[in-house]
Design a protein around this ligand. Structure first.
Ligand code: MN
Length: 250
């Protein structure tokens, strides 16, 4: 069992090469490289990445190249990045997760999910995702639409949909937290990690820990798991915001 240091990042929503947050993330990973037993990307690191879109991959090349060769790399799909191209630079060495997954990280038994589509009232988001991942739309996306125009359109669409004005999206943080807590209370876990709300969280319960890395952008945060400890740190400086020592379950 490895108890080495694992970082969890999420929700950077990188907007291509023009976004200074991408260079910041690359610098962050360069400084961490060599000190990591694992890295988990818990969804929506990319504002838009779906399918093998070469224009999108070129826009995210600096970050993808920084992921290349990292040990213990797990990449979870978010609602802005899905159908991830498994053979792309940076992703070919990763384990890709299209939904929630149980993983042992830094000696802690974890259940992880990005956390979208948790509200039973948010039919709009579910239908949109089902449509986007339907066979005809995937074929249109990957075979017929011009890749760079699709990327630019998706960035502006994502920016609009992210503002939470969709009917049904207002209560989603509550539904997500409720789902995470239910998983924790079902037992057999030390930590449940979720993302999507962009709000860092380290919340101990008698059954274990609820954690959210927050947003991996300036002013945001990330999580560090090491042996029995979980720490919420500021991004990118690494200032300690909160810490918790897990009572690791036997
Ligand atoms: Mn999300």
């Amino acid at each position: 069992m490895s108890t080495g240091r694992v970082l969890v990042l999420a929700d950077a929503h990188l907007r291509g090469r023009a976004d200074p947050a991408q260079a910041e993330l690359v610098r962050f990973l360069a400084a961490e490289r060599g000190q990591l037993a694992g890295l988990v990307l818990l969804g929506d690191m990319f504002e838009y990445l779906a399918g093998p879109n070469r224009a999108a991959l070129a826009e995210y090349a600096p970050f993808l190249e920084a992921l290349e060769g990292l040990p213990g790399l797990h990449v979870f799909e978010g609602n802005h990045d899905f159908d991830l191209p498994a053979t792309a630079t940076g992703l070919r060495g990763a384990r890709l997760h299209s939904g929630p997954a149980a993983l042992e990280l830094a000696g802690q038994r974890c259940w992880l999910l990005h956390g979208d589509r948790m509200s039973p009232f948010d039919l709009g988001t579910r239908l949109l995702r089902a449509a986007l991942q339907s066979t005809p739309v995937r074929q249109l996306r990957d075979r017929w639409l011009p890749e760079s125009a699709l990327f630019r359109f998706a960035l502006s669409f994502a920016a609009a949909s992210r503002r939470g004005r969709w009917p049904g999206r207002t209560g989603e943080a509550t539904w997500l937290r409720r789902r995470a807590l239910r998983a924790l209370r079902a037992g057999g876990l030390d930590t449940v990690l979720f993302a999507h709300t962009h709000v860092g969280l380290l919340e101990p319960w008698p059954e274990g820990l609820l954690a959210n890395p927050g947003q991996a952008r300036a002013g945001g945060s990330y999580l560090e798991l090491e042996a029995g400890a979980a720490r919420l740190r500021s991004f990118p400086a690494g200032r300690l915001l909160a810490a918790h020592t897990c009572r690791l379950q036997p």
